[in-house]
Write a protein that binds this ligand. Structure first.
Ligand code: AHR
Length: 504
């Protein structure tokens, strides 16, 4: 049996994990908001119409920052529609998802939702820079954040929100490089608009943290040139550039799909290089960090097919859209994407799993019925729980396999995080669909004496999934046999598995 190895040493670190990398995303899309987060008639609903069964799962998932209200939706969003008495709010056409938006869930409900999750939940508000601009961004900022004594802060108070929302993190638009985006722009046009919006927002509050739109994915024809042009306009005014990436098995090519993180890591490296190139050109000491504010496994062709064939006269309310049901294979790829983010914790300091409920989500709900965990729920919950501290520099020596998209690829994908108490958690994926992978980890200068747990997500049926009828078909299971001896950890990773090995 071929085996893999690497060395951990506390002297060699990547950087501190920012809790914001365990963020997620709630968009007005399909049933993410309506009958996902918000369902006033549901038996578990609280006085604000929020599903408490979903709130419990969101807390268990361990999400931090939650991006809102889109996504593509934001490029048609009028924030004024979403505030004030719910019965007075207008119904609008949502062009992005060909739906009717009722605005029964809005800004105030979003903030209430975050507050109910707990102090770890932080707002990340996206601005409409598609059909709107500087003035509307400033008005929203004043409504949301100014304490009182002005027309818009007074309006918020009159709507029952005495305390300001304290939104610190703002996205300057969404996927403005994409021709599908309402109000799509060239890099030059967007860069100027983002710069002017940022400059004005900083006049209200110099402490805001601003995310400029990067590319919608690494394959965009404008990739890298887009970032360079936008950052040339905004470098001193923004803190982050965004990255988005979704993966699915093209033409059933599972071997390449399992190696999706190769693309994600190269995307991150290329964006870091582009940011630093612009910084060098500007002779700036400032570093731009990365906000990977949409990432996931998404069977995108299914949506494209739906968009092609849907009746153009139909504008449904909260339709079932993008309700991907994730398999064990999907969860292993998903875990590998989490590993990729952790491996770049020095520069990726915000990340949002797209999305949170029902729409390509770790949590599913049935209207009037239960809520349950998809297979992808587990890697995220474990990473958020145990992936806090310093990321150690992991350089694997692994057997490889051949993939059509990425060539020769390591079977092992791994990272390790050292907590403040000295404990270490290893996150590892075995990409082999057929073979177990023995793993040896040399532990240099780490005083680790016991294996607390080796947990794996794997199944004899890699296509197994959780469903309404069988919501607990797939859960992580304990693995026997991981041992510490002669200064090394020895474990075996099952074929096609996501693994969490905790050492104390
Ligand atoms: O998350 C689904 C969609 O994917 C978002 O609305 C958009 O930003 C991206 O293309």
């Amino acid at each position: 049996m071929r085996s893999a190895r690497f060395t951990l040493d506390p002297a060699f670190t990547i950087g501190e994990v920012n809790p914001r990398i365990f963020g997620s995303f709630v968009e007005h899309l399909g049933r993410c908001v309506y009958t996902g987060v918000h369902e006033p008639d549901h038996p578990s609903a609280d006085e604000a119409g929020l599903r408490t069964d979903v709130l419990d799962l969101v807390r268990e998932l361990g999400v931090t920052t939650i991006r809102y209200p889109g996504g593509n939706f934001v490029s048609g969003y009028k924030w004024e529609d979403s505030v004030g008495p719910a019965e007075d709010r207008p119904r609008r056409l949502d062009l992005a998802w060909r739906s009717t938006e009722t605005n029964q869930f809005g800004l105030s409900e979003y903030i209430a939702f975050l507050r109910k999750i707990g102090p770890q939940a932080e707002p990340m508000m996206a601005l409409n820079l598609g059909t709107r601009g500087v003035a509307e961004a400033l008005e929203l900022q004043e409504y949301a954040n100014h304490p009182s004594g002005t027309a818009l802060s007074g309006l918020r108070v009159s709507h029952g929100d005495k305390d300001p929302f304290g939104i610190r993190l703002w996205c300057l638009g969404n996927e403005m490089d994409g021709p599908w985006q309402t109000g799509h722009k060239t890099a030059q046009e967007y860069g100027r608009l983002a710069a002017e919006t940022a400059r004005a927002m900083r006049q209200i509050d110099p402490e805001v943290e601003l995310v400029a739109c990067g590319s919608s994915n690494q394959s965009m024809p404008t990739f890298a040139e887009w970032e360079a042009t936008v950052l040339a306009e905004t470098y001193d005014l923004v803190d982050y550039v965004s990255l988005h990436a979704y993966y699915w098995p093209t033409d059933g090519d599972l071997d390449s799909f399992l190696a999706s993180a190769v693309d994600m890591e190269s995307f991150i490296d290329n964006v870091v290089a582009t940011c630093d190139h612009v910084g060098a050109r500007l002779k700036s000491k400032k570093k731009i960090n990365l906000s990977f504010d949409e990432w996931n496994v998404w069977y995108l062709p299914r949506w494209e097919e739906h968009a092609r064939t849907a009746d153009p006269r139909d504008w449904p309310e909260a339709p079932r859209l993008l309700e991907d049901n994730y398999s064990v294979t999907d969860a292993v790829v998903f875990g590998s994407l989490l590993i990729a983010l952790l491996r770049h914790a020095d520069r990726v300091t915000v990340a949002c799993l797209a999305q949170l409920v029902n729409v390509i989500a770790p949590i599913m709900t049935e209207p009037g019925g239960p809520a349950w965990r998809q297979t992808t729920f587990f890697p995220f919950a474990q990473a958020s729980r145990y992936g806090r501290g310093q990321v150690l520099d992991v350089r694997v020596d692994s057997p490889t396999y051949e993939t059509e998209k990425y060539g020769e690829t390591d079977l092992l994908h791994a990272t390790a995080v050292r907590g403040e108490d000295g404990s270490v958690t290893v996150f590892a994926v075995n990409r082999s669909r057929t073979e177990s992978l023995p793993l040896e980890i040399a532990l240099n200068g780490l005083e680790l004496t016991s294996v607390v747990e080796h947990s794996a997500l794997a199944d004899a049926d890699p296509d197994a999934r959780n469903t309404l009828d069988e919501p607990e078909r797939v859960t992580p299971h304990p693995v026997e046999g991981a041992t510490l001896r002669d200064g090394a950890l020895h474990a075996v990773l099952e074929p096609l598995s996501w693994n969490v090995i905790r050492l104390r």
